[in-house]
Design a protein around this ligand. Structure first.
Ligand code: PLP
Length: 431
């Protein structure tokens, strides 16, 4: 009896949601969250879920980290918003911090509200600086939902379908996705295929002197948690430099310790020209940034780009608190260690399971790719496993160009006990 009443509470809200919320908005788990604490979410019935989706990699310190809560509470009682009416302290402090932690000489910061806004800003900046119109993106990328971002996105048809015409000019190269490549097992050849394609683009389709930038995710996010073979970014940098093309690294999903370094581009030691960042930046508060080399922004004329809400004091205070926890608690190192732990236990536990094709990732950005009977992308398996996890109170998201990947993005400070809890549920589901 009690449980019937309990079930109704989620349903009550979801029924209301159906009446008033635009049906385009998807929500994956059929529960209504009421509160979050650390790695756990509680629904309106009081049921507890281990959250390995973290609001798509946003709750980097778990839910309601006390230092983030304190920073937000203090700031909200002091100053909420000024926009361009005045300067404010937290914006400046955060810009200084981002310049300090961003790779190399990236030190000119612009703050916005979302990943897509930052990609838009980076595109505008790259065009202005180079005086060139075109971009090269990579197959399987996701860069956001605005029109330019949609045009740069090729991870799934549904993100673009029905919205043509989309802006351009944009030319797409294959992302070096070894697991689904015909050169699987030979990473150099996988890379050659990508660069041969770009070479073809430059000889047959677009003059490289017309290309403003390559835009690339260091690890494909929505496209399936695909880590490119080592050497990809060094080769890309060399090619970009040969032609005076910029590199925009979209670190919206990979940034802030997620992959075991503060930013994923650091793994290869390659410095992009512009970097976009968002998601984990502010412990759950809406904030994003694009950071560029000063040389690139110095002649961007006053007012050629702007925002009303971007970089509001409350989000900036949350970001300063989040970054200081990531640094003080060495959470990038922890993410590396826990990522290796989770991946190796999952690999061991799924040996011989033919539907589990690949377990990969970097740090706490782990993808489990499923196959169907014929070895093709196994969306049904990914969905079945995600559903089983949900029934056992573990929240996970899927991704991948065919929806065939389960992604694990726990908080950066996830404990070994919480990881074990998730692993047990996952392994049971994959049986
Ligand atoms: N870029 C990447 C790599 C992303 O993963 C996302 C979102 O998932 C975006 C851009 C867009 O970010 P937002 O949804 O905040 O606009």
């Amino acid at each position: 009896m009690v449980s019937a009443q309990i079930k109704d509470k989620n349903k009550e809200y979801i029924d209301l949601d159906k009446q008033f919320v635009n049906p385009v908005l998807s929500r994956l788990a059929p529960i209504v969250a009421e509160r979050g604490e650390g790695s756990y979410l509680y629904d309106v019935n009081g049921d507890k879920y281990l959250d390995f989706g973290t609001g798509i990699a946003v709750n980097a310190l778990g839910h309601c980290h006390p230092k983030v809560v304190k920073a937000v509470q203090e700031q909200v009682a002091t100053l909420i918003h000024t926009s361009v009416t005045t300067y404010h302290k937290k914006y400046i402090e955060l810009a200084q911090k981002l310049a300090e932690i961003a790779p190399g000489s990236l030190n000119s910061v612009f703050l916005a509200n979302s990943g897509a806004e930052c990609v838009e800003g980076a595109v505008k900046l790259a065009r202005t600086y180079t005086g060139r119109p075109a971009f090269i993106n990579f197959l399987g990328s996701f860069h956001g939902r605005t029109h330019m971002c949609m045009a740069l996105t090729t991870s799934k048809l549904s993100y673009r379908d029905m919205y043509e015409p989309l802006p351009g000019p944009i030319y797409t190269a294959p992302f070096p996705y070894e697991y689904r490549s015909r050169h699987k097992g030979d990473p150099e050849k996988v890379l050659d295929e990508t660069f041969d394609h770009i070479d073809m683009l430059f000889h047959q389709i677009i003059n490289p002197k017309q290309v403003a930038a390559f835009i690339v995710e260091p690890i494909l996010g929505e496209g399936g948690y695909v880590v490119p073979p080592k050497g990809f970014f060094k080769r890309l940098r060399k090619l970009a430099d040969e032609h005076g093309i910029l590199i925009i690294a979209d670190e919206v999903q990979t940034g802030f310790g997620r992959t075991g370094k503060m930013f994923a581009m650091e793994h290869e030691g390659v410095e992009p020209d512009i970097m976009t960042m968002a998601k984990g930046i502010a412990g759950g508060m809406p904030l994003a940034a694009f950071v560029a080399k000063k040389e690139i922004t110095k002649d961007w004329a006053l007012g050629r780009h702007g925002t009303t809400f971007g970089g509001n004091p409350v989000s900036c205070a949350a970001a300063l608190a989040t970054i200081s926890v990531i640094e003080e608690e060495k959470l990038a190192d922890h993410a590396k260690k826990m990522g290796e732990y989770i991946s190796s236990r999952l690999k061991k536990g799924t040996e011989g399971k033919k539907h589990v094709g690949d377990i990969r990732g970097m740090g706490l950005m782990i993808g489990i790719e499923f196959n169907d009977e014929k070895g093709n992308p196994g969306k049904d398996w990914a969905e079945k496993v995600a559903k089983q996890c949900f029934e056992n109170k573990l929240l996970v998201l899927t991704c991948g160009q065919g929806g065939q990947v389960i992604r694990l993005i726990p908080p950066l400070n996830v404990s070994e006990a919480e990881a074990d809890e998730a692993i047990e549920i996952l392994l049971k589901a994959m049986q």
